[in-house]
Design a protein around this ligand. Structure first.
Ligand code: KG4
Length: 336
């Protein structure tokens, strides 16, 4: 079954064709990140306009690279939530039009479920149940993937997402947007104990997280140093920051694995590219004999292949939409 998939929830316009949820026939991405970098973050209105410009040629490119016409497509899948509402709407409206015109089923896909499905493209043998740490610019959650379309959020951030925290810390250090990769690069070779940064403890659910205190701590540290004219050990600060993020995430994932009895652990989303978190998860899983599944780097960030992969399983579960499908800025992962 060939699924033509679209993704437009943030600043990447993406179109792809995926076969049977597991094989990428094409995976095309047009990013407007260079424009947003001028402003230090995504400007929603610009993102929406760039999606409108990019989506038609990108859809054609995805079909061409897959060697297909619309006749060879069995269904159309699209990210319909969560994301920047104007941006998500572009993909949803375009996918609805394609599905209607070509008389194909329309499959709505939750963006974070898509990130999780990137793992099926990387690891052909991976099947639920497993535990997945979902870490991106908008989401930080520990998810029990009970089945392809049945999942529970065991813990989540109460405030900022980990990626957002990376981006804000990078910004105050004068690094380009998006700051996760530059922070990761700067941290290589830095002393991860150069600075003592706070780890948040939240009341209630022990698997919940918080990153706003860490973000504020870095901002204050940089501003205080500037006021006193003190030089900062930038690689040391980036490495200490990476350690703080990882030390917030990894022990909670291990606690969730123990709580659920899951022997398979995975990570998904843009921050899943982070070398410190990947390394620490590998060590922690290795020590407990847990099997770890990481997405290939090219599928960590936003793309449409992951939407096509999840779309296949949503289709099999009968989760189809009609032409009145709407876009949503927020939506529970468990709702689908
Ligand atoms: O998954 P994604 O492309 O978009 C969302 O769905 O949110 O994630 C983007 C986020 C950004 O915050 C970016 O700074 C972060 O992922 N990121 C990283 C790394 N690469 C991307 N964060 C830490 N280390 C990285 N290597």
């Amino acid at each position: 079954m060939n699924i033509l998939a679209f993704e437009s929830s943030c600043d990447e316009t993406a179109a792809a064709v995926v076969r049977d949820g597991r094989v990428i026939l094409s995976n095309c991405v047009a990013s407007s990140v260079d424009i947003h970098a001028l402003y230090g973050g995504v400007v929603p209105e610009i993102a929406s306009r760039k999606h409108v410009e990019a989506i038609v040629p990108l859809a054609q490119q995805a079909l061409d690279e897959a060697g297909l016409t619309l006749d060879g497509v069995d269904a159309v899948a699209v990210t319909y939530a969560p994301g920047l509402i104007g941006a998500v709407l572009v993909g949803v409206n375009f996918a609805k039009a394609v599905a209607f015109a070509a008389k194909k089923p329309l499959v709505p896909v939750h963006h974070v479920r898509g990130h999780i499905a990137a793992l099926y493209l990387t690891h052909p043998t991976l099947e639920p149940p497993f535990l997945c740490l979902c870490v991106s610019g908008g989401t930080t959650a520990i998810v029990h993937v009970r089945d392809y379309t049945a999942m529970d959020v065991l813990g989540a951030t109460r405030d900022d997402a980990a990626g957002e925290c990376f981006d804000k810390a990078a910004r105050v250090l004068g690094l380009p947007y998006p700051g996760g990769k530059p922070m990761d690069d700067l941290a290589q070779g830095g002393d991860d104990h150069a600075y003592a940064l706070p780890l948040a403890h939240v009341e209630g659910n022990a698997l919940d997280l918080s990153f706003s205190g860490l973000k504020t701590a870095v901002v204050n540290l940089v501003h205080n140093a500037a006021q006193k004219g003190e030089a900062l050990d930038l690689p040391g600060l980036a490495a200490s920051f990476g350690r703080a993020v990882s030390d917030s995430l990894v022990p909670r994932v291990m606690a969730a694995a123990e709580q659920t009895g899951c022997r398979r652990v995975a990570m998904a989303g843009g921050v899943a590219a982070n070398r410190r978190v990947r390394g620490d998860l590998e060590t922690a899983c290795g020590a407990r004999g847990l099997q770890l599944f990481l997405p290939t780097l090219s599928l960590c960030g936003d793309n449409a292949a992951m939407v096509g992969a999840q779309g296949y399983y949503e289709f099999l579960a009968g989760n189809l939409a009609r032409t009145d499908l709407n876009a949503y800025a927020t939506r529970e992962l468990s709702q689908g």
